[in-house]
Design a protein around this ligand. Structure first.
Ligand code: PLP
Length: 405
C-alpha cells in the first residue's frame, strides 16, 4: 500500500510543547511512574480552578447554547469585550471589530491565514509562543524571527526588528506579557514597535492573553492603545486570566486604521463564517468573567499562590551553579539559561529526554520556542510549592551529574 503522508504544508510546522518528549512522559505515566510536569500552562491541572461564577454561568446557559450563533459571536459577550477595550484605552472599537473564538489559538490561525500569501514574511519574536511561528508557516508565509534580548529583560531588540524588515514583511507579532520568558515590555519599547509598524505599514498582531497575570504591582499597556493609525489585532481570552483553558473561549479585536484593510477584514469575516461560530457556553462565560470579581489579582499579589511559586522557583533555579534566569514580571513561565561551558548541550530535546528519564521532570526545551541556541528551557511554575521544590532539586541533581560527565 502507498504510505499516507502528511501534507507538505506541515513540513515547516513545529509545535514541540506537545511534542515527542511529552509522548515519552505519557508512556512513563502509563507504566505507573509519577512525572512532575513543568511543561504546560494548564492552570486547572494544578488546582487553579476556574472562578465558580464562570462555571455556574456556563451551566446555567447550557440549555440556551445548542444553536449556532452569529459567526463573530453573541452580542452581549462581544459588548463586554468592547467595554474591556475601552478600559484598556483602545480607541474606536465597535462591536463589529470583535470576533469570539474557540480560544485565542483559533483566532491566531485565522488572522494569519487570512493575510498571508506564499513569500510573505511575518516578524515573530525569538523565543516565541510557537503557535505563532507554526501558524505563519502553515499559512504559506515565512516566519522571520527577531531577537528578544535576554540582557534587556527579554525585551524586543528594535534594531534587529528594523534590520529584518523588507518589502515582503506584512506583520509583526508581539507577545506581551510574554510566554515563554515572563517579560512585560515597558511602554517606551511598545511605542518604538508601533513607530516601526507605522513607518513600514505592518499589521500588529498583539497577543495579550496574560494581561492580568502581573506580579510586583506591574501594569499592562495594550499595544493597540498607543496608535489609532496602525492596524492592530489584539488577542485575548479566558484561558489564563480566568483559569479557564478548557472552556476554549477567546477573542480578537481589530483596531486602528481599517479603511485600507477592508479586503483583509473581508477575509477575516469569511474565515470566521466558515467555522460557523465559537462554542456557545464559552461565549456566555466572557461577560461574567470580564464583569466579575477579578480573582487572579489575589493569586499574583505578594504572598498570593502564583507569586509565591514564582519566587520559589526562581530562587531554587538560580541557586543551581551555571543557571541564570530573568525573573518573570508576568505570566506563568520562566526561561532559564544554562552556562554553555558548564553544560555543553548540542541537542536540547535530548537534554529534555534525559532529564525526564533520569529525574521524571518534564520541561520543554528552548528550541521548542524557536530559541536559536540549545541552552535554554522553559519552566511552568504552576505545581504547588512542595512539587516545585522537589522538581527544582531534581533539576539541580540532574545538572550536577551533567557537569561531571
Ligand atoms: N497565546 C499565548 C502567548 C499562549 O501562551 C497561549 C496558550 O498557552 C495562547 C495564545 C493560546 O490560548 P488559548 O487557550 O486562548 O487558545
Amino acid at each position: 500500500m502507498q504510505p499516507i503522508r502528511k501534507s507538505k504544508k506541515l513540513d515547516e510546522v513545529c509545535y514541540d510543547i506537545r511534542g515527542p518528549v511529552l509522548e515519552k512522559a505519557r508512556k512513563m505515566e502509563d507504566e505507573g511512574q509519577r512525572i512532575i510536569k513543568l511543561n504546560i500552562g494548564n492552570l486547572a491541572a494544578f488546582g487553579f480552578d476556574a472562578p465558580d461564577e464562570i462555571v455556574q454561568d456556563m451551566i446555567r446557559n447550557m440549555a440556551n447554547s445548542s444553536g449556532y450563533t452569529d459567526s463573530k459571536g453573541l452580542f452581549a459577550p462581544r459588548k463586554s469585550v468592547m467595554h474591556y477595550t475601552q478600559e484598556k484605552k483602545i480607541a474606536g472599537v465597535s462591536i463589529d471589530d470583535i470576533y469570539l473564538g474557540n480560544g485565542a489559538s483559533e483566532l491566531i490561525v485565522m488572522a494569519v491565514n487570512a493575510l498571508l500569501n506564499s513569500g510573505d514574511q511575518v516578524l515573530v519574536p525569538a523565543p516565541d509562543y510557537p503557535l505563532w511561528t507554526a501558524a505563519v508557516s502553515l499559512s504559506g508565509g515565512t516566519p522571520v524571527h527577531y531577537v528578544c534580548d535576554e540582557q534587556a529583560d527579554w525585551t524586543p531588540d528594535i534594531d534587529d526588528i528594523k534590520k529584518k524588515i523588507n518589502s515582503n514583511t506584512k506583520a509583526i507579532v508581539v507577545i506581551n506579557p510574554n510566554n515563554p520568558t515572563g517579560a512585560l515590555y515597558p511602554v517606551e519599547v511598545l511605542e518604538q514597535i508601533i513607530e516601526v509598524a507605522r513607518q513600514h505599514q505592518l499589521i500588529v498582531f498583539a497577543d495579550e492573553i496574560y494581561d492580568k497575570v502581573l506580579y510586583d504591582g506591574n501594569t499592562h499597556t495594550s499595544l493597540a492603545s498607543l496608535a489609532d493609525d496602525v492596524l492592530c489585532i489584539t488577542f485575548n481570552g479566558l484561558s489564563k486570566n480566568y483559569r479557564s483553558c478548557g472552556f476554549r473561549s477567546g477573542w480578537m479585536v481589530v483596531s486602528g486604521e481599517k479603511k485600507h484593510a477592508r479586503d483583509y477584514i473581508e477575509g477575516l469575516n469569511m474565515l470566521s463564517s466558515m467555522r460557523l461560530c465559537a462554542n456557545v457556553p464559552g461565549q456566555y462565560a466572557i461577560q461574567t468573567a470580564l464583569g466579575g470579581y477579578q480573582s487572579i489579582d489575589d493569586l499574583v499579589a505578594p504572598g498570593g499562590r502564583l507569586a509565591r511559586q514564582r519566587d520559589l522557583a526562581h530562587k531554587l533555579l538560580t541557586d543551581i551553579p551555571g543557571v541564570t534566569c530573568v525573573k518573570p514580571k508576568s505570566a506563568l513561565y520562566m526561561f532559564p539559561k544554562l552556562d554553555a561551558k558548564m553544560y555543553p548541550i548540542a541537542d536540547d530535546q535530548q537534554f529534555a529526554y534525559e532529564l525526564l528519564a533520569e529525574e521524571r521532570v518534564l520541561i520543554v526545551q528552548g528550541t521548542g520556542f524557536n530559541c536559536p541556541t540549545p541552552d535554554h528551557f522553559r519552566v511552568v511554575f504552576l505545581p504547588n510549592i512542595d512539587d516545585l521544590g522537589d522538581a527544582m532539586n531534581r533539576i539541580g541533581r540532574f545538572l550536577d551529574g551533567y557537569r561531571r560527565r
